[in-house]
Ligand binder design. Structure first.
Ligand code: GUN
Ligand code: ZN
Length: 434
């Protein structure tokens, strides 16, 4: 692994943009250089002869006129659902029962899991995503397969075995004891290995008994530095079912609160139909609400209310939620996110979008010094964006004058074809088109 100097237009956020024109929120270098070595960013600054002194033997890779940014981060995605994507259903529960709970049973087969884990990492890299918070299936072998693949590629990944012991087919059920034992064994095996992190993953309140929730709480008490990921308040039918299952608890968020599962390392997918009490609980505990726009539109779950959550200082992440979500691309995801918020009469500026898919999501994961940034010392996980990759985009670029306009074009029209390269731990990882 030799050192590399990536030359191009460099963009990295340093703060959350306070509006569409907050030029203090980012660092932009028109003719910039990012020096990477041993998987880390060594320096970032203007391209000039002095750069060579930092790493005299470095290979120089000229990415001009493309944009060099931190790799994208996806805070909620299901790898066993690669072959569920695009499945036709009336609502969440029909979609889960008809397709998802059938498909996930195939992950009892370690070979199948290994094949899909590899294809999954290929897709993330193709779309410029270098870190994701990933749901595996209930089977420990699905978690082993995923972490083994991520480790082989030296990717920074968060993942966990879904714990589920009711309201699903027999082949997808563990028991409170097995859920605990298997999660603990996987956590001890993988958390902290290379760039891997474990997430305790009770799937959602609907598929866990009280006994299983208690066991998840035991895990969180024993391993307080580990992530927790689950779903909440995605669809009305789901909420009604949870109310029947936990009649003595105030609401859906109240279930996770009761079992001690909220906190700054807790990622809660969806958070669409929220009461004021639930929002206050997220805010007080520092839990993260994860916005999954393509999934919410595709399944017809509802429109995320970003301003209402922000008004209560709830931390927010953004994610694809494949296979409920319809694209691996964080660009496509933020494009749909923009449209959801337009329908709500809320603004999402291009600067805010690109902040969210990089530093914002890194903050949601409490990893802002490690990923989502090009500051020296951070992981060299980098994406190179080509806003002229498609003819219609190149034409539009003839009239683009400002960085924000270019970002908005990338978000509105971009997909894997605008990802000129993805670097994982300093190495080019995107397979060139054949
Ligand atoms: N709620 C519980 N499991 C799932 C899932 O796999 N996808 C979505 N979108 N919602 C869920
Ligand atoms: Zn999900």
């Amino acid at each position: 692994m030799t050192a590399k100097i990536l030359r191009g237009r460099v963009l990295t956020f340093i703060a959350e943009p306070s509006g569409a024109d907050d030029h203090e929120s980012y660092r932009y270098i028109e003719d910039g250089a990012v020096v990477v070595d041993q998987g880390r960013i060594v320096s970032v600054g203007e391209w000039n002869e002095g750069v060579r002194l930092v790493a005299p033997k470095a290979e120089i890779i000229d990415h001009r006129p493309n944009l060099i940014m931190p790799g994208f981060i996806d805070t909620h995605i299901h790898y066993p659902q690669m072959q569920v994507i695009g499945s036709y259903a009336k609502d969440l529960l029909e979609w889960l029962n008809t397709y998802t709970f059938v498909e996930e049973q195939r992950f009892a087969d370690a070979e199948h899991a290994a094949r899909i884990a590899s294809l999954f990492c290929d897709e993330l890299v193709r779309y410029g995503t270098t870190t994701a918070a990933v749901y595996c299936s209930v089977h420990p072998q699905s978690v082993d397969a995923f972490f083994a693949e991520a480790k082989k590629r030296d990717m920074r990944m968060i993942a966990g075995k879904v714990m589920m012991d009711r309201n699903a087919p027999q082949g997808l059920l563990d028991t409170p004891r097995r859920g605990y034992d298997e999660s603990k064994a996987l956590l001890e095996k993988w958390d902290g290995v290379g760039r891997l992190h474990y997430a305790i993953t009770p799937r959602f309140a609907l598929t866990s008994t009280h006994a299983q929730m208690e066991m998840a709480q035991d895990l969180v008490r024993e391993f307080p530095d580990v992530y927790v990921q689950t779903h909440v308040n995605e669809s009305l039918g789901e909420i009604e079912f949870v109310r029947e299952l936990f009649p003595n608890l105030p609401d859906y968020v109240g279930v996770y609160e009761h079992y001690g599962l909220l906190g700054p390392r807790t990622l809660l997918g969806h958070c669409i139909h929220m009461t004021d009490r639930e929002i206050a609980a997220l805010s007080e505990t520092g839990s993260v609400a994860v916005f999954c726009p393509t999934s919410n539109l595709f399944i017809g779950s509802g429109l995320f209310d970003r301003e209402r959550l922000m008004a209560s200082n709830v931390r927010i992440g953004v994610a694809t939620d494949v296979g409920g979500g319809t694209s691996y691309s964080m660009l496509r995801t933020l494009d749909e996110g923009y449209k959801v918020l337009q329908l709500r009469g809320q603004r999402l500026s291009p600067l805010e979008s690109f902040f969210m898919m990089t530093l914002g999501n890194a903050r949601a994961l409490l990893l802002e010094h490690t990923i989502g940034t090009l500051e020296p010392g951070a992981d060299a996980d980098i994406v190179v964006l080509d806003a002229r990759a498609l003819p219609h985009m190149a034409l539009k670029m003839e009239q683009v004058e400002h960085l924000s306009e270019e970002l908005f074009l990338l978000q509105t029209c971009g997909d894997d074809r605008v990802i000129a390269q993805t670097y994982v731990a300093g190495e080019a990882a995107k397979t060139p088109p054949s």
